[in-house]
Design a protein around this ligand. Structure first.
Ligand SMILES: *Cc1c(COP(=O)(O)O)cnc(C)c1O
Length: 426
């Protein structure tokens, strides 16, 4: 599907008068419409709820928008829990799906009334030793092992993944948790990432609903929810068609009726923990062409780098590029679009056919709304950018300022000799 920016060159020329490039910008209207489409696709399930995967876009302004649309939050670390607390999460609004969990994180998740999702069998004892009891509602993460296949072949390799319990372990975990006082149970699995097919969720749901029925029958546990987790993807390349959430919701409903319905388990809630699907298309990294270089290849140097968007550097991920103002110009130039890190993997595009780029052009890097800013880092002393929000009213506001050198040096507080680098204390 043709990829169209949600801002124009004219809008960006206005924005940069206040907020210089590079920055990530998010589209409130797109975020809300998509969240509503998800909710409506699963409206057949009374207890349905999306717990937004905070790690995708950990920004309280974005989280507030999603909260207004009815979402809870899927957290996996202390600071993500703190963010969820700061945006006003109440008991039941948090899903805590972590792994290799430090003690203090279980303590906070419990204190906030979050659903705790145990990644491993040994965490039953660990959790009990920290909070002194087993919560009345508890979730276990399942890993069926092997490879996960769909009609177009192998999708992912759960047998190689560090997450979740084996089938034998999850049955044993339910028995032990029940003995220790758990009253309501959830099950969770994440078997394939960034799936661009309407088939993934229904297939996963079929496996999970069937497991839920067997767990209920064999252990007597009351199954409160099945958490289908993340994994619904987005088409990063223009040759792919986006997922149809309505079709996905219907596919899950069919499985629900066939398995849970047939077993008389009609009050099981379906939960999701989507990150990429909720945000990726509704964010973009805006960067300016500041250099061009002609050696063995043609390079365009931009003012953003992999510290602002890591996916191309670590996964070789494709992110579509639009040169703002040249949307309809012929793509007759082949470029590597590169950042400034002293790392040759710092390339937003390799051998990409684009319109002729001139210094000063604004480059719109698509689909950075999830796992974009949040994966940023400070290598080479590069600073993280600002995040902006294009509101439904068309106004642009700052939702995170850009880092400054003072932020970078703030953790050197312990070195008295480095006064010049320290944040000025009044
Ligand atoms: C990363 C993650 C998600 C979100 O995944 P997306 O691919 O962004 O949808 C959900 N749940 C868990 C446990 C995760 O680790």
């Amino acid at each position: 599907m043709k990829k169209v920016p949600f801002v124009t060159k004219g809008q960006i020329e206005e924005v940069v008068k206040t907020y210089p490039t590079p920055f990530h910008i998010y589209d409130e209207k797109g975020i809300r419409e998509n969240a509503r489409a998800l909710k409506s696709a699963f409206a057949w399930n009374k207890g349905f709820r999306e717990f937004f995967a905070v790690k995708a876009t950990p920004n309280p302004f974005i989280m507030k928008i999603l909260k207004e649309e009815g979402c809870g939050f899927d957290c996996s670390s202390l600071t993500e829990l703190m963010l969820a607390r700061e945006v006003g999460s109440e008991p039941g609004d948090i899903m805590f799906s972590s792994n290799e969990t430090p003690a203090e994180e279980y303590a906070l998740a419990d204190e906030l009334g979050g659903y705790i999702n145990l990644d491993d069998f040994t965490h039953i004892e660990f959790l009990e030793s920290i909070i002194g009891h087993i919560p009345e509602t508890i979730c276990c993460r399942y890993n069926p092992g092997g490879v996960f296949t769909m009609s177009n072949g192998i999708m992912d390799n759960p047998g190689d993944a560090k997450y979740g319990m084996t089938e034998a372990q999850i049955f044993e975990a339910f028995r032990i948790l029940k003995e220790k006082g758990a009253k309501r149970f959830g099950i969770h699995a994440f078997l394939a990432s960034n799936t661009v097919t309407n088939e993934y969720y229904p297939k996963l749901a079929g496996i999970m609903f069937e497991l839920a029925v067997r767990l209920h029958k064999e252990t007597g546990a009351e199954i409160a929810f099945v958490n289908l987790s993340g994994g619904i993807g987005v088409p990063y390349t223009p040759d792919k068609e986006p997922n149809d959430i309505k079709v996905i919701g219907e596919g899950v409903r069919e499985q629900y009726e066939k398995t849970l319905g047939a077993a008389g388990m009609n009050d099981v809630a379906v939960f999701t923990e989507l990150g990429r699907f909720m945000l990726a298309p509704y964010g973009a990294l805006i960067t300016k062409a500041i250099h061009e270089k002609h050696t063995y290849k043609e390079y365009i140097g931009v003012d953003a780098c992999a510290a602002n968007l890591m996916r191309p550097a670590i996964y070789g991920a494709y992110h579509h590029i639009t040169v703002l103002g040249k949307e309809n110009a012929p793509c007759d130039h082949k470029y590597d679009v590169v950042g400034s890190l002293c790392e040759n993997c710092d390339k937003f595009a390799i051998d990409r056919m684009l319109p002729e780029i001139e210094k000063g052009d604004y480059i719109y890097i698509h689909d950075t709304g999830a796992h974009g800013f949040s994966m940023g880092y400070n290598y080479n002393g590069r600073l993280r950018s600002a995040e902006l929000l294009l509101g439904e009213d068309g106004k642009v506001s700052l939702i995170r300022r850009a880092e400054t050198p003072e932020d970078y040096f703030a953790t050197f507080d312990c070195f008295d000799d480095y006064k010049g680098l320290r944040r000025q204390k009044s």
